[in-house]
Design a protein around this ligand. Sequence first.
Ligand code: ADP
Ligand code: MG
Length: 615
Amino acid sequence: MSISLEQVSKHYDGGPAVSDVSVDIAEGELFVLLGPSGSGKSTLLRAIAGLTPIDHGRVVLHGRDVTHVNAREREVGFVFQNYALFRHMTVADNVEFALRARRVPAAVRRRRRRELLELVSLSGYDDRLPSELSGGQQQRVAVARALAHEPRVLLLDEPFGALDSKIRAELRRGIRELQRKLGITMILVTHDQDEAFTMADRIGIMDRGRLQEVGEPRELYAEPRTRFVATFLGAANLLLGRQEGGRVKVGRSVFELACRPYAHRFGAEVTAVVRPEDLAVAPRGELDAHPIGDGTVTEIEFAGAAERVRISVEAGEALASAVSPAAARFELEALRSAEAARCGALVVGQNIAFGAERVHALPSPISSVRLLASSAADAEKLASAAIVRDLAERMHIAPVRHAERGPDDDQALMGLPVVDLETSKPSLSAAAGLLARGAYQVLAARADALPIARMLIYVQPSRAARDGALSAAATLLRHLAVDATLLVPADDRLRLGSSYRALLDLRSSALRLHGVDLRTETFKGSVGKELERRLESSEEPALVLLGLTSIDAGAALVEEIDALVAARPPAAVLLVCGRAEAAPAFERAESAAAFERAEAAGFRSAGGRTAASRA
Ligand code: ADP
Ligand code: MG
């Protein structure tokens, strides 16, 4: 492989700019880094080029570790965000610049320059100054200049930013052709989704310094893993559904899933994604899709080849918005072709039925946030906790207050139930009680704590515990800009085999099955002591995440942490309880194979025992 990044991290004074980015980019691949402004794209690109030193991790180019190799020796070409040609130099001098610096003889320089200018369709422009060129032409010179020393890797940072849309489209095609012709490995940074879709072999989506998801454009669009990616790559309707095996019930229909959500258990709540073009609307009785519910047309918008229809929907049995689960009414958006609009004209105010041919379910266990408190005032206090506010804002979830209906309500156990973290012992009894009643995970949070800055994760040695904890950790990490450390006991040979291998297995399953890289560290002694040491060693507010094999198997651990919390309360504790019946996450062929390998290497004995004892 051509470019390999391993846990690349870079902090500035303001906080993490790039956090634990790991990805392999193949030789000859055009990889697009897409993300909003400030998400760390330029920092990552500069780290690959060697222009910004990194704090942690490795950069490997063509199998060679170049982490400590200076920029010039990395054989990387770079085109900056604001195509900075040397203004006082001609096109010829600009293109030959790198060759001169490398003391390449004049005749060779000249030949190379001619080839390059021909390649970017600028033959004959040699003697012009940058000011005598259009923006698109300047940009092409910048590309030629970056290619002059025949780099094996070309990095382009928003190269089309300042250009108008017609020139952009031309340049996109031109660069794509050039990249194919030269077979060069290329990373292109952009914040433009269309640009990413039209150019990329694969897209890596960045947000808050993390590489959120990587995949082929179609795959990412059709089967995103996170709310962020689902909504960043185009419009998406988000609904709450109930999982039924490999299927999901949304409103009146049960849908087959192309890829499974993270299967906690039958009946669990999941976030269903329906793209507007997949949402069918029609007068009642005329719907030609699996029906979901009824609604009223609130807006019809002409959009040339298509028509956008907004509908207002009443929440009901198995039908709620995943953005505001408690809302009695919510809006959905449908997009249909002009032809469909002609054949079945709708009017504002009309009652309609809506449905879909297919839905996608996010593989995240955090589908909703539910605040459980004994009074409305206490629920408000929980809602003001920094971690609740951050999650709600970044996941676009309005937390549901369960104060009045009380925690006996089954709904309250769905998604992510949140309770107050008592700072006197037993601090976790409410949380543990909810697990015992069937909640899959419970967050105990201190309302007065500052936003969390780090996450300490400990997972009991079983597949069930690992699956649950890692999928919750993956969702949290993608939405909160924090450092995470996975703590693995070093002396637990009996259960884990070689602790080093267990550590690698955990990390690789986190990466492959859940798409996030976790920093792993071993420790000796008890978990409680280790957590205590880490909580004491830094003032940074921490979230402690515990993955339990089962309620029984986790009881002693919870008790140990209880004592710790009373003495030195972290900002929050997340308990995730494994289920023996949990299926492998996200059953794509590649993931399943990785899972089998990890399974064979590590947790087999412990996982097997768990399954047997529950059977
Ligand atoms: P993007 O290219 O995606 O817009 P950047 O990589 O430029 O994002 O920035 C990521 C984060 O790092 C931002 O919060 C930015 O303010 C910060 N940052 C970038 N460069 C520096 C720097 N030289 N010094 C301090 N902070 C920086
Ligand atoms: Mg940038």
